[in-house]
Write a protein of this length. Structure first.
Length: 143
């Protein structure tokens, strides 16, 4: 199994859908890396990960809002395509298995996010699930 872990901010509010009687929470996470190029100029590179969280526990959805910092882990998938300029590109997708809220959103920096499931060690909400065995083929991910 290949495992992807990302810490970043949500780019927009999540979307909850029901597909074939199962719930999926879709959201996108951005991680920005800052570095210096060979000439010493400060550069930024943002990587977006489109996430699908198949779960019956949709209580976390109200907390997955634009700007919220999250930790998510799961199975990655790359989807190649040709962009508007005719260049090869890819979309990075992840089937989320674990998610943890890390902090406030843009409007409420550093504020407590409330408890969805408490680990007993802190007030940080954590939702852990067993990997979902979906009957839907991987190509039918709802992105």
């Amino acid at each position: 199994m290949i495992k992807l872990q990302i810490i970043g901010n949500l780019g927009k509010d999540c979307i909850v859908k029901e597909i074939n009687g199962k719930n999926v929470i879709n959201f996108s996470v951005a991680h920005t890396e800052r570095f210096k190029d060979a000439q010493g100029n400060q550069k930024e590179r943002t990587t977006w990960v489109e996430c699908a969280y198949w779960t019956d526990r949709t209580a976390i959805a109200p907390y997955l809002v634009k700007g919220m910092m999250v930790y998510a882990e799961g199975s990655p998938e790359a989807d190649p395509y040709t962009n508007k300029e005719g260049q090869a590109a890819a979309t990075l997708r992840m089937r989320v298995q674990n998610i943890q809220l890390l902090g406030g959103n843009k409007d409420n920096q550093g504020a407590s996010t409330g408890n969805v499931t408490n680990t007993g060690y802190s007030n940080t909400p954590v939702v852990k699930t067993e990997p979902v065995q979906s009957s839907a083929p991987v190509d039918d991910l709802p992105f």
